[in-house]
Design a protein around this ligand. Structure first.
Ligand SMILES: *Cc1c(COP(=O)(O)O)cnc(C)c1O
Length: 446
């Protein structure tokens, strides 16, 4: 049987198991790991064509590898996109995406609520290279609009942020981007294409840390960027010389003419940014991520249901001041969650312990997370294992107090990533460690 996708679009669950793999010769049931640095050419003429981009193919594993290509095709299909580039990490996917779209002197408008590593990249490393950023509250549509300047080249946000699980109004921000003639890039790591496909709501590029839910086993780093094929770089060609002007390293080749919508971006990312900077995905990691993708919908559905049970339980707990889960009634993003996440909210959410934001917050949080036995203290999300983290001293410790506040994180906030264990064991684990605080909270309330 051949891989689906050529004639008809396969359903999500079929695509996540089969897309991108067309076996030839000896037919291995599972996609093989092409653990090789380079490929043999059939002739010098073929080699010359490949080097000049007259023909597409694989030369060397820094740019492309057959195992990686299966992953790219599969994730592109799951996101409803046209093409994808897989790289060494989510951080690399975000970096090459921004570098391909924004050059020196260019500007990015990004959400305050972004992943800490993306904030560091934008405000420090890319700033060193002359790319500036304005951060805005992602819920403030007027702020997005006001932050755009003639130098702005993209808007960037996450479909669902973490740890507070703010749900983005993707359509509204996409409309603002398109009115300004720039693309919207969405990090869908937490959302996952099972729960939300940003391209269906106007996003032009979708990035992933494949390390998280796409893998689901926490064993390998990887990242992917998907081109939805929606953004027209030819509409204002003077803004996008990297696509519409001559690509000097390939003579007078014009990527927009040669590869067009849905192809030019991936060609530029691979032939320039991955080629020059080298953040290549190892074939083994690509294979590991493919193993995870095959069960994406099953895992995400189960983890989301478990997270909701835990959130509902914590919302009733006297030692918990607040639960930040968008499926709970009264959550500020509840309406957006019902619009964008009809299958359920992601399994990454957080809760605030009772108590003041003072010097007692850290020892109190430590007394809780250090005693957990089923949940593990790990700086990761989307794993089969349930994990907790303390954003203020871990993932978001580089942020200033003002940035942390803008992201909705307090010193008492504990992040949860619900795994695949039995929900009753997870709830019992939390109840046990929260019991001493509960007595304290009840005494305090008297
Ligand atoms: C983890 C993460 C990243 C970075 O991905 P790595 O694979 O760790 O490099 C980017 N965005 C989000 C939302 C993440 O959770």
């Amino acid at each position: 049987m051949t891989s689906p996708g050529a004639e008809t679009t396969p359903a999500f669950a079929t695509a996540q198991v089969q897309a991108g793999y067309q076996p030839t010769g000896v037919i291995s049931a599972v996609p093989p790991i092409h653990q090789t640095a380079a490929y043999e050419f059939s002739s010098l003429a073929e080699a010359a064509d490949l080097f000049a981009l007259r023909k597409t193919g694989i030369i060397y594993s820094r740019n492309a590898n057959p195992t990686q290509q299966i992953l790219e095709e599969r994730v592109a299909l799951l996101e409803g996109g046209v093409s994808a580039v897989a790289v060494a990490s989510g951080q690399a996917a975000v970096a090459v995406t921004i570098l391909a779209l924004v050059h020196r002197g260019g500007h990015v408008v990004a959400a305050d609520q972004l992943y800490g590593g993306t904030i560091d990249l934008l405000q420090e490393t890319l700033d060193d290279f002359g790319i500036s950023v304005t951060f805005v509250d992602q819920d403030d549509l007027g702020a997005w609009r006001d932050a755009i300047t003639p130098r702005t080249r993209l808007l960037f946000a996450e479909s669902v942020a973490n740890p507070i699980a703010q749900v983005l109004d993707i359509r509204a921000v996409a409309d603002i981007a398109h009115e300004a003639g720039v693309p919207l890039v969405i990090d869908n790591t937490v959302g996952t294409p099972h729960l939300v496909r940003p391209g269906e709501h106007g996003a032009d590029f979708v990035v992933h840390s494949a390390t998280k839910f796409l893998s689901g086993h926490g064993s390998s780093l990887g990242g992917v960027v998907v081109d939805q094929g929606s953004f027209d770089f030819g509409a204002q060609p003077e803004r996008w010389p990297q696509f519409t002007g001559p690509y000097t390293r390939f003579g007078d080749l014009v990527l927009w003419e040669r590869f067009g919508r849905g192809g030019a971006f991936a060609a530029l990312v691979k032939s320039k940014y991955v080629h020059d900077l080298g953040p290549s995905l190892s074939p083994f990691n690509a294979w590991q991520i493919l193993q995870g993708v095959e069960t994406l919908d099953l895992r995400v559905a189960r983890q989301s249901a478990t997270a909701r049970l835990i959130a509902e339980h914590l919302a009733q707990h006297p030692a918990v001041a607040r639960v930040h889960h968008p499926s709970l009634a009264g959550n500020p993003w509840n309406e957006l969650a019902s619009r964008y996440l009809p299958r359920g909210a992601p399994s990454v959410f957080s809760f605030d312990l009772v108590g003041a934001e003072d010097e007692q917050a850290f020892p109190q949080v430590a007394s809780v997370v250090d005693e957990l036995r089923v949940f593990r203290l790990i700086a990761n999300i989307g794993d089969a294992r349930s994990m907790v983290a303390h954003p203020a001293s871990m993932t978001h410790s580089h942020l200033t107090a003002a940035q942390r506040e803008a992201a909705g994180i307090s010193l008492n906030t504990v992040r949860v990533s619900a795994g695949l264990e039995d929900p009753a064991d997870l709830i019992a684990d939390l109840d046990r460690v929260l019991a001493p605080l509960r007595e304290h909270a009840l005494v305090g309330a008297r």
